[in-house]
Design a protein around this ligand. Sequence first.
Ligand code: HEC
Length: 187
Amino acid sequence: MRRLIPALGLLALTGCDVPSEFFQRMENQAKYEYYESSEFWADGRAMRTPPEGTIPREKAVGNPGLSTGRVNGQPVAAIPVQVDKALLQMGQKKYSIVCAQCHGVLGDGNSIVAENMGLRLPPSLLELSNRPAGHFFNAITEGYGVMPSFSGELNTQERWAVVAYVRALQAARGAAAGTQPVPQENR
Ligand code: HEC
């Protein structure tokens, strides 16, 4: 682009027609094609693994359930991303950073902030297990009453991760002693 602008300026000054290839530079420029090799990366591959938590644009666009938590104005019932250990770990981390100071580490609403809050208190999230997954996603995304939006702190994938972790907290509260699965590393 840096070279294109003076070149275009010069052409405009001299009154010449601008050749169409100037506008096709992205198509014509040097670039890697799928599965090509590259000396730039240590593993010799030009194709890179997307950063963790990346959601392909095609998945979010045209998929309002994923990007907004609502379909036809109604909150989606289930979490629309794959819930696995990695997602729950991300959710636990983000919940601890962004939500726990108000809603409590266990999600039960017991926190120092809650004890000292003058306005409406952060509710226990454990009592809300009958609410659809989209309800939690919407509360995080848009805010809820006096609670602000946390869409600046958490991207789409991280918000669903937090919803998944809130579901895990809710499930843990209701589980009878001894019914929890034994973690892999303790087997
Ligand atoms: C600064 C304190 C604070 C933080 C941080 C916070 N919340 Fe809240 N949250 C509240 C308060 C207070 C309410 C109740 C708002 C009201 O009723 O006006 C609330 C309401 C909610 C509700 C709606 C409850 C209902 O009755 O349906 C959900 C869901 C929720 N929070 C989830 C979260 C999650 C998840 C996070 C982290 C991403 C979070 N909150 C972070 C204070 C907080």
